[in-house]
Design a protein around this ligand. Structure first.
Ligand SMILES: Cc1cc2nc3c(=O)[nH]c(=O)nc-3n(C[C@H](O)[C@H](O)[C@H](O)COP(=O)(O)O)c2cc1C
Length: 330
């Protein structure tokens, strides 16, 4: 690779770290539907249309959200390495797959929170199953909402029991409808990676509870085990967790990119505080249910993600102190 002025002045490390961080982002079915490349200090993020889920995500909404999450990791890694990123979203209408270009915009000392979030990039994992407890920390809850807002989205934390039950009903309805669809089932099975297989794209069998014998929670998970693949039971208590819907005011590609960046900022803030997230996007893949959810539970905004947030183990003192220090302003 030729040495550009950015590489000469800044060094390669921030850009290499950004590419590595991008690959750690969550993605629908673990498809990693992106290519992230560095050409002489200009990072390009492209959607990979071959990884679109034709049955589950025909409009590529979840594909673009996944790419947005990768974009947030790229930006964060540059910041954590002392580089201020300059992002051009959808820079070329002639090339719609080119979702973003990121360049260096001069040096910038990373803040405490940025370092903390960057430290969670590789550690963060999707949780499936019940939680030991809810988020249970008002300052962290405020920080989660602020993380979404900073990226142009809103995190609706559902505090009302009847709203949580209604949402659980929508997730259950969508999951049961989708379990009956053959093409969707075949598509899902293609992305389940068998136990002990090589690392790569897809949902790892170890990451979801076995379908038989697992207690039905009010928020059923996707049936990743349909192909007969068994996973391990998630560490479990009995808490549903703090239920949230991430929304945007608009819909369409720029909004989906914003939702992805907001999602990842929320997830890393949560991870920094010892909180994991479970996703339940099944009702958002059914246009009528998605519209209903937006209108009735999200004040007319466009729902982009359904999350449960909670703890799988008791909070660690050192982790809490570091986070409280970083959240001093919240
Ligand atoms: C847009 C989007 C939708 C997702 N929907 C679900 C879901 O409905 N159920 C689920 O268990 N995981 C869901 N996930 C999580 C992915 O399966 C997970 O990110 C992927 O398997 C990689 O694993 P990791 O997050 O542990 O790195 C979703 C992720 C994204 C970005």
């Amino acid at each position: 690779m030729k040495t550009s002025s950015e590489h000469r002045f800044i060094g390669r490390e921030p850009f290499e770290a950004a590419l590595r961080a991008g690959e750690c982002a969550p993605s629908v079915y673990g498809t990693r539907p992106w290519t992230i490349s560095d050409t002489g200090g200009r990072i390009s993020l492209r959607a990979d249309p071959d990884r679109r889920l034709a049955a589950a995500d025909p409009g590529s909404r979840e594909l673009v959200i996944s790419c947005g999450a990768a974009l947030y990791n790229v930006r964060l890694a540059l910041r954590a390495h002392g580089v201020r990123p300059r992002v051009a979203l959808l820079p070329d209408p002639e090339r719609p797959a080119l979702l973003a270009e990121v360049r260096a915009d001069g040096p910038a000392e990373p803040g405490v929170l940025e370092r903390l979030l960057y430290g969670a990039v590789e550690r963060r994992r999707t949780h499936r199953g019940t939680f030991l407890s809810d988020v249970g920390d008002v300052r962290l809850m405020r920080a989660l909402s602020a993380a979404a807002a900073a990226e142009g989205a809103v995190l609706h934390l559902l505090t009302d029991d009847s709203a949580v039950r209604s949402l659980a009903g929508l997730v259950t309805a969508a999951e049961h409808l989708q379990r009956g669809e053959r093409t969707r089932g075949e598509e899902l099975a293609r992305w389940v990676r068998p136990p002990g297989g090589p690392p790569g794209a897809g949902v790892r069998a170890e990451d979801f509870p076995p379908s038989e014998g697992a207690a039905e929670t009010p928020f059923p998970g996707r049936d990743y085990g349909r192909g007969g693949v068994r996973g391990l039971l998630a560490p479990s208590g009995q808490a549903t967790g703090t239920v949230a819907v991430l929304t945007t005011a608009e819909d369409g590609r720029p909004a989906h990119l914003a939702a992805g960046q907001a999602l990842q900022r929320v997830l890393l803030t949560a991870a920094a505080g010892g909180v994991s997230a479970a996703f339940h996007t099944q009702p958002l893949e059914e246009p009528l249910l998605r519209a209903f959810l937006g209108e009735r539970l999200c004040r007319g905004a466009h729902p982009q993600m359904v999350l449960r947030l909670g703890r799988t183990r008791p909070p660690e003192r050192a982790q809490q102190d570091a986070l409280q220090n970083a959240l001093a302003g919240f």
